[in-house]
Design a protein around this ligand. Structure first.
Ligand code: NAD
Ligand code: IPM
Ligand code: MN
Length: 355
């Protein structure tokens, strides 16, 4: 199966972690029926500095005609906030990538790196955040009106709520979850009141699944108090952004968390949830696993290859017992740099795919 994958390396640690994602894709191509053609599609701060555009038309043309996009991260500290980052939003909007799938799973090898005590970890952490990805405060309706007032309007539409909530229920069904949790702020926000109504309307079509509503503020404490209670969690754009970073640290590091920006059946974008991490950029110490797990999501969601996806995850689990990047350091486990971590996982994957 021949697939074209657009590659956006981006800024900061972006190129470093994407390199390791590409390494994994090359292993897949070597040991399975997949054939990958890689097409560079630069975006972000560095390209902005060169061309005055954070997403040149040439890059977007490559992205929109590819089978999937692997994206690093964008953002440079010497540019005004948003200058590079709006490229991410342009891609999500232009391709109508209405689902942002953000799973977090605490691997047994990383149990000691979870900041929670055992009693709070309970029977483990394995949650899929389904974040609405084109609306809410990200609908791009806002402005700095003058030096004293700025606004962003939070827009939820019925169509936007229905499609992502439906996706969440289908995901829960597929993964044999017993419950779908909706996170909102319906005690204050009008868009959340519409969201909650639609959540229950759609929920009626799934009688075998439990439904639960939690306010975002309380959810933030439940997520660290009893993360084992949650399976599929569906929420709006801004809330999803925040709780997924909180969740990422529960599984050991922001560098561990992956994401898929998805429009089922269309070209989708896979990226770690972290940013360009300027504090560690250029040091070859960034954790590449969030990116490698994003490749896993690509195999699952865009290329319909559950088997390869599971082999990637298994390779990561095994590798983490032997070596880790410094963000996950633990006595008795070797500290590796970004490339060495990628190599270790690639070797484990090679062994898995050969068998
Ligand atoms: P960040 O996610 O880049 O970093 C937060 C902290 O997590 C830092 O201490 C960093 O070193 C650490 N971290 C992040 N990724 C890591 C990895 N792979 N391995 C180990 N540690 C890692 O968040 P920030 O500092 O708030 O943002 C930096 C820039 O990235 C900003 O310009 C921001 O707007 C941008 N950003 C971009 C994206 C994206 O491109 N999708 C996402 C988030 C933030
Ligand atoms: C993310 C990022 C983006 C977001 C930024 C860069 C616009 O934080 O992908 O989580 O807020 O969605
Ligand atoms: Mn974020």
């Amino acid at each position: 199966m021949k697939k074209t994958i657009a590659i956006t390396r981006g800024d900061g640690v972006g190129p470093e972690v994407v390199e390791e994602g590409v390494k994994i894709l090359k292993i897949i191509a070597q040991y399975t029926d997949f054939e990958f053609i890689f097409a560079d599609a630069p975006a972000g701060g560095r390209i902005y500095k060169e061309y005055g555009d954070n997403l040149p038309q040439k890059s977007f043309d490559i992205i929109k005609t590819a089978d999937a996009l692997l994206f690093g991260a964008v953002g440079l500290p010497d540019l005004p906030p948003g200058t590079a980052e709006s490229a991410v939003l342009k891609i999500r909007q232009a391709l109508d990538l209405y689902v942002n799938l953000r799973p977090i799973k605490l691997y047994s090898s990383l149990k000691n790196r979870c900041p929670l005590k055992d009693e709070f970890i309970g029977k483990g952490i394995d949650i899929t955040f389904v974040r609405e990805n084109t609306e809410g405060l990200y609908a791009n309706k806002g402005a700095i009106l003058n030096d004293n007032i700025a606004e962003n309007i939070m827009v939820y539409t019925r169509k936007g709520c229905e499609r992502v909530i439906k996706y969440a229920f289908e995901h829960a069904k597929k993964r044999n979850h017993i419950k779908v949790t909706s996170v909102d702020k319906a005690n204050l926000l009008k868009p959340s009141q519409l969201w909650r109504k639609i959540f229950h309307e759609i929920g009626e079509q799934y009688p075998s699944l439990e439904k639960e509503d939690i306010y975002i503020d309380a959810f933030c404490q439940w997520l660290i108090r009893a993360p084992y209670k949650f399976q599929t969690v569906v929420t709006g754009n801004m809330f999803g952004d925040i709780i997924s970073d909180e969740g990422a640290f529960l599984i050991g590091s922001l560098g561990m968390a992956s994401s898929g920006n998805i429009h089922p059946g269309k070209v989708s974008m896979y990226e770690p949830i972290h940013g360009s991490a300027p504090d560690i950029a250029g040091k070859n110490i960034a954790n590449p696993i969030g990116t490698i797990l994003s490749v896993k999501l690509m195999m699952q969601e865009s290329f319909n290859s559950e088997k390869i996806a599971l082999e990637i995850e298994d390779a990561i689990e095994k590798a983490l017992y032997e070596g880790r990047t410094v963000d996950l350091k633990e006595k008795g486990v070797k500290v590796l740099n970004t490339q060495e971590m990628g190599d270790l996982i690639a070797n484990k994957l090679k062994a898995n795919l050969k068998k």
